[in-house]
Ligand binder design. Structure first.
Ligand code: HSE
Length: 324
């Protein structure tokens, strides 16, 4: 009997205000709402030689994807995976992937990363884990780079490994997990408007002032140190962005009002999630987090595509399992 697997990849928040392109965390709603993309993969006997990979899409945001399956990023994942296997003298099986697209595209929640991570994990599950995790992550980074315009791992690495990840780009390990604060609550809100990462990168300066460069380095280094010594207040004080937010805030209507509300409620920080349009506020008090969620649902969400969840950092990350 042919085998079937399910792969799930969670939402993630990149940059975390203090670590542009270098920090990211996987997110999991505290109410157990499923926030991520899922792929069911199965061997197919009926596919033709011309079309050895069938793709179907379902889920809340499937209607936002191209109707041409070959334009889906998981088709690119299939092609690249096939090439990687070829290099090892292996070949891919004829297969079908069903993507349940529950993360909105261009949302700042690592939507393309989640599809890519779930895609590569599903393919790898069907092919007896032919790629090791470093090879799989490198492939995920390449695929994510095709969408956002440059390779950066601050969504794919936390999505894949879980936890709070520091991108080291070291040849031994692209990413390393940082100790994080388990009591931090991330009120994560997607207003329902699209911001493309490649466009949001184009509006950033090519060169930065030395002053900002030093501030960025100082804050990121201090944040990493604070994570290691468990100094929550020090870490929280570093959550300030000089690299992207000053230029991108204008893409997100209501951002400054939301930040002011966060400050009023005692948030550690309110920042842009990845390249937007989602934002996140960090709290330790659940009642205040709930108040912030209510505010965002009332005043920040723009349309019916938007949503807000109170999340913790998801330590598990992506996973795959065999289905009966
Ligand atoms: N770090 C990227 C950016 C977003 O802010 O452009 C997510 O990969």
């Amino acid at each position: 009997m042919s085998k079937r697997y399910r792969a799930f990849a969670p939402a993630s928040v990149a940059n975390l205000s203090v670590g542009f392109d270098l920090l990211g965390a996987a997110l999991k709603p505290v109410d157990n709402h499923v926030l991520g993309d899922e792929i069911i993969i199965e061997e197919q006997e009926t596919v033709t030689e011309n079309e050895p990979c069938l793709i179907e899409t379902t889920g809340r945001y499937a209607h936002k994807l191209s109707t041409d399956p070959r334009k889906n990023i998981i088709y690119d994942a299939y092609l690249l995976y096939r090439d990687e296997l070829k290099k090892k003298g292996l070949s891919v099986k004829p297969l079908k992937m069903t993507l349940k697209k529950d993360l909105p595209i261009c949302s700042g929640l690592g939507s393309s990363a989640a599809s890519v991570v779930a895609g590569v994990m599903a393919l790898n599950a069907l092919h007896d884990e032919a790629l090791d995790s470093a090879e799989a992550l490198a492939l995920m980074g390449q695929l994510e780079g095709r969408i956002s315009g440059s390779i950066h791992y601050d969504n794919v690495a936390p999505c894949y490994y879980g936890g709070l990840q520091l991108i080291t780009s070291d040849s031994q390990s692209i990413s390393m997990e940082l100790p994080c604060f388990d009591n931090w609550l991330f009120v994560s809100c997607f207003p329902g408007i699209k911001v493309s990462t490649s466009q949001a990168r184009k509006i950033l300066p090519i060169k930065y002032l030395r002053r900002d460069l030093i501030t960025y380095g100082r804050r990121l280094a201090t944040f990493v140190h604070a994570c290691h010594i468990g100094d929550e207040k020090l870490a929280a004080a570093m959550l300030v962005d000089v690299v992207a937010e000053p230029y991108r805030a204008k893409l997100i209507p209501g951002f400054f009002d939301a930040r002011a509300q966060g400050e009023k409620l005692g948030a550690y920080n309110t920042g842009i999630s990845g390249s937007g349009s989602s934002i996140f506020s960090v709290f330790t008090d659940m009642d205040k987090a709930l108040e912030m969620k209510e505010y965002l649902e009332r005043f920040f969400i723009d349309n019916e595509d938007g949503f807000c969840h109170i999340c913790r950092i998801d330590k598990r990350g992506a996973f795959s399992e065999e289905l009966n």
